[in-house]
Write a protein that binds this ligand. Structure first.
Ligand code: SF4
Length: 473
């Protein structure tokens, strides 16, 4: 659904090693395919073996680059980045890729994730004399790599990996080598592909499809991949527990991407089927909130035999914009994004399938919009279980106290959003829909079981108190 005030992925990354190719243009098209992962800024860095050129700015990929800027980015290696900020403000100096270091000890780096111990590492590196030019944890990662006493780049990266806590899928390059790095939990996705003349690394496989690259494999949790004139080499760190973000399957990744061998469209279809099994209801029409819940809506229809249709049309060209709307325009809320079809909705009992409810600021507006357009009943069905804990791994959700499911029971949320009924897919139902072993996933925002200890003691205490008072469903 509309997530500008709710749920944000933090970034998309891409890298290519392909001597003789127009690597900047390949990266440009790959960033287009990854635009859904971040819309605040975009950037591309290339190297011709002698130095690194960079072009990055605020805005969408289509705004940031033109023929002139692309033609100045020459070389055999490129990396690119789309950003949504979770740490570090939305400012031009925080755009990525970042250039860090000097001479042969310089790198360009792009990051998807969130480093939990960044503050501590920042202070440690500052004490060593490192001067920071941005407020991002990506610069902390880069300086940590450069500060390593080790000689080889692989050992420098290993040194950094042993110190970093949190989520990071990285692409970075030196003058002659492209690296892909995935944290030992594998929280954010990263995959390897091939083109005729070289290799690519991307957050999602949909970026490979658009540039004619073949999917080779996932980059594994704890893996470092280096690509240069010696080919592709892989180095693995020990992994104690995998924790891929299950929200990639619910909402973040594109439905045409494949992660761990599972097409996201099929997973979302199965989520809708699971919702129909767990929360059946008598209704006339099923609709998925476009675009993220379209497949789940179809799945609900398949399993329930209730016809599926489009009751809301989405204004597809309303991306994140840097023209701040004034209050009057902001008050239009979901009307800016969705237009209902009263002719289809009049007198109907609707099942409305959506991906998630986070703060609960958008869903009441959608329910109101549909009822105003003539719907007789609105039954909300949600692919994500209730979100009761914040994310510390790169998803800008909300604080605990802003999460509606941490404050209200399911029936209370139903009343708050103005729906006739509300049903969430269970965690077991979600895992069944994804059709992969449950133990490879992070589900912490539903369960509070974080793969890494986080500062949540106060929150846990508060939740126990709420539970004792019968506030949690
Ligand atoms: S806490 Fe939730 S959103 Fe964050 S990584 Fe885990 S599953 Fe994903």
């Amino acid at each position: 659904m509309l997530r500008q005030e709710d749920l944000h992925e933090c970034c998309g990354v891409f890298g290519v090693y392909a001597p003789g190719e127009d690597v900047a243009r390949l990266t440009y098209f790959a960033l287009f395919a990854l635009q859904h992962r971040g819309q605040e800024s975009a950037g591309i860095a290339t190297t011709d073996g002698k130095g690194i050129q960079l072009h990055a700015d605020m805005g969408l990929v289509s705004h940031v680059f033109n023929e002139d800027s692309l033609s100045k980015l020459s070389g055999d290696i490129a990396i690119g980045h789309n950003r949504y900020s979770t740490r570090g403000s939305s400012r031009v100096y925080n755009t990525q890729p970042l250039l860090v270091g000097t001479g042969s000890n310089s790198i360009a780096i792009a990051h998807n994730g969130n480093i939990i111990n960044a503050e501590h590492l920042y202070e440690e590196l500052s004490d060593q004399g490192y001067i920071f030019h941005t407020t991002t944890d990506t610069e902390v990662i880069a300086d940590l790599i450069l500060s390593s006493p080790e000689k080889s780049w692989i050992d420098k990266i290993r040194y950094a990996m042993h110190r970093l806590q949190g989520a990071y899928s990285l692409v970075f390059m030196t003058n002659d080598t492209l690296f892909g790095v995935r944290d030992p939990f594998g929280v954010r996705p990263l995959c390897l592909g091939a083109i005729d003349t070289g290799w690519v690394i991307a957050s999602e496989s949909c970026a490979l499809d658009h540039i004619g690259a073949n999917f080779i494999r996932e980059i594994e949790p704890g893996e470092i991949v280096s690509i240069n004139e010696n080919g592709v080499n892989s180095y693995r760190e020990e992994v104690s527990r995998k924790a891929l973000c299950i929200f990639e399957y619910i909402y973040f990744a594109r439905p045409d991407s494949v992660i761990n061998g599972r097409l996201l469209y099929s997973a979302r279809l199965a989520m809708g089927e699971g919702l129909a099994e767990e929360h059946p209801v008598a209704a006339d029409l099923v609709m998925g909130v476009p675009d993220s819940a379209t497949a789940a809506g179809i799945g609900y229809s398949h399993r329930s035999n209730i016809p599926v249709g489009e009751g809301l049309l989405k204004n597809r060209y309303m991306g994140r914009t840097f023209i701040e709307p004034d209050q009057r325009i902001r008050d239009l809320g979901v009307k800016l994004k969705f237009n209902p079809l009263p002719q289809l909705l009049e007198g109907k009992r609707l099942v409305v399938v959506d991906d998630s409810i986070v703060r609960g600021t958008t869903t009441p507006k959608v329910v109101k919009l549909l009822k105003k357009a003539g719907a007789k009943e609105v039954h909300m069905r949600i692919c994500a279980p209730p979100i009761r804990y914040p994310c510390f791994f790169g998803v800008d959700m909300a604080t605990r106290w802003e999460l509606i499911a941490a404050q209200k029971t399911v029936p209370e949320v139903r009343d708050f959003i103005g729906a006739d009924s509300l049903g969430h897919l269970s965690i077991d139902g979600l895992i069944k829909a994804v059709a992969l072993p449950g133990e490879i996933f992070c589900t912490a925002c539903f369960t509070g079981d974080y793969p890494i200890p986080v500062q949540l003691e106060m929150d846990k205490l508060a939740l126990e108190t709420m539970s004792q008072r019968g506030l949690l469903a």
